[in-house]
Ligand binder design. Structure first.
Ligand SMILES: NC(=O)c1ccc[n+]([C@@H]2O[C@H](COP(=O)([O-])OP(=O)(O)OC[C@H]3O[C@@H](n4cnc5c(N)ncnc54)[C@H](OP(=O)(O)O)[C@@H]3O)[C@@H](O)[C@H]2O)c1
Length: 324
C-alpha cells in the first residue's frame, strides 16, 4: 500500500483526496518507482477540474516526479533497482510509490538533484520545445511570453536570453516583475494594470514581435494577436485563465497573415529519441548554469489541495514541488 492524492470526481481543489492505494509488481516494460519529490504543474488543475479528461476515475493526479527505482519488470534493460530517475510525462505521480512505463524515465546525472528534477522535467522540456522547435529562437529577436515569473516562464526567460533574444514578459505584480527580470526578462509588463498591446508596440517601435508564447489563454488571446508582426507566429500553449476562444481563419488574415499553433509536450517527446534529445538539452543548459531552476514552493504531498489553491490564485512563482 502507498499514500496517493486522487480525485474521485472532477472539481475544485477540495476534490483532492489522500487515499491508500495498492501497488502491484511491475509488469513487462515497467518499473516500480519510489518518489522523493513530485512536480506540481498547471496541467494538474486541468486534470482535476475535468478540462482535460482522465481515462477513468478515481485517478491519481500529477504527471511529473523524481525518485529511485525499486524493481523492474521483464524486458527492462536500461534501468536497475537503485537508479535515480525522473520523468515529466506519466499521469499518476502524486504518490509515494507507483508502477509506470520505464520508457518514460530518464536517469539523473549527479549534478541534478531530485528536487530540481521534479521541478523542471515538465516545465523545462516544455521551454525547450518552445525555444528550439515550435520556433527556433535566433539571437537578436524580440519575443513575448506571458506569465513570465511562473514555472515555465522563468525557465523560458533564461533559455531565450541564453539564445540571444530580447525577452518581453507579462506578470501580474511588481514582485513577479523583479523576479522575471532577475531571470533574463529584459522588459516586464504588469498586465493587471498596463495595456500589454500598447507596451509591446512602444518597446518594439511599433513593429510588434515575430512570436508570442501565450499560456494564459482566454484573457490574453486577442491582445496577443495584436502584438504580432505580419506573418508572426501565435503559440497558444496553455489555459491558465481559461481556454483561448474560438476564432475564424479569416481572423488570421486580418491580423497580418499570422500562423497559429497549439502545441503540447507529449507530441514533442513521444519517441524515446525525442525524449532523450530534449532532456539532454535541458540538463546541459542547467549544468552550464545558463538556466537555474527555482524551487520557490514546497508542500507535503498531503497538502496538495493547498498547493492547487495557491497555484490557481497566482500566489506561486517559479516551480513547486510536493514531498511524499
Ligand atoms: N502545452 C504544453 O506543452 C504545456 C506544458 C507545460 C505548461 N503548459 C502551460 O503553461 C502555463 C504555465 O504552466 P506552469 O505549470 O508553469 O504554471 P505557472 O506559470 O507557474 O502558473 C500559471 C500562471 O499563469 C498566470 N495567470 C494568468 N491568468 C491567470 C488566471 N486567471 N488564473 C491563474 N493563473 C493565471 C499567473 O501568473 P501571473 O500572476 O504573472 O499572471 C500564474 O502564476 C499553463 O497554462 C500550463 O497549462 C503547457
Amino acid at each position: 500500500m502507498a499514500k496517493a492524492i486522487r480525485i474521485h470526481d472532477y472539481g475544485g481543489p477540495e476534490a483532492l483526496v489522500l487515499d491508500d492505494v495498492e501497488i502491484g509488481a511491475p509488469g513487462a516494460g515497467e518499473a516500480l518507482v519510489r518518489h522523493t519529490a513530485v512536480g506540481l504543474n498547471f496541467i494538474d488543475t486541468y486534470h482535476r477540474s475535468g478540462l482535460y479528461k482522465l481515462p477513468q476515475l478515481p485517478h491519481t493526479l500529477g504527471v511529473e516526479g523524481a525518485g529511485i527505482i525499486e524493481a523492474v519488470g521483464d524486458g527492462v534493460t536500461d534501468f536497475a533497482p537503485g537508479d535515480r530517475i525522473a520523468y515529466g510525462s506519466g499521469i499518476g505521480s502524486y504518490c509515494e510509490l507507483r508502477v509506470m512505463d520505464a520508457s518514460r524515465l530518464v536517469k539523473l546525472p549527479d549534478e541534478v538533484s531530485d528536487e530540481q528534477a521534479a521541478a523542471m522535467m515538465l516545465q523545462g522540456m516544455t521551454a525547450r520545445y518552445l525555444v528550439r522547435r515550435t520556433h527556433r529562437i535566433e539571437a537578436g529577436e524580440t519575443v513575448l511570453i506571458h506569465a513570465a515569473a511562473g514555472g515555465v516562464g522563468l525557465i523560458f526567460c533564461q533559455w531565450a536570453k541564453h539564445l540571444g533574444a530580447t525577452v518581453i514578459g507579462t506578470v501580474s505584480s511588481d514582485e513577479k516583475a523583479a523576479l522575471a527580470q532577475k531571470h533574463g526578462c529584459d522588459h516586464t509588463i504588469v498586465y493587471t494594470r498596463e495595456n500589454f498591446v500598447e507596451r509591446v508596440a512602444e518597446l518594439t517601435g511599433g513593429a510588434g514581435v515575430p512570436v508570442v508564447y501565450d499560456s494564459v489563454g482566454q484573457d490574453t488571446w486577442e491582445g496577443s494577436l495584436d502584438c504580432l508582426q505580419p506573418l508572426g507566429l501565435m503559440v497558444s500553449f496553455g489555459n491558465a485563465s481559461g481556454p483561448a476562444p474560438a476564432f475564424t481563419v479569416l481572423d488570421l488574415m486580418r491580423h497580418g497573415s499570422l500562423f497559429v499553433t497549439r502545441p503540447v509536450l507529449a507530441h514533442h517527446i513521444g519517441t524515446r529519441e525525442d525524449l532523450v534529445e530534449t532532456v539532454d538539452d535541458l540538463f546541459a543548459v542547467v549544468a552550464s548554469g545558463a538556466v537555474k531552476i527555482e524551487v520557490n514552493q514546497r508542500y507535503d504531498l498531503a497538502e496538495a489541495e493547498q498547493a492547487h489553491r495557491d497555484l490557481e490564485a497566482r500566489r506561486t512563482t517559479g516551480s513547486t514541488i510536493l514531498i511524499p
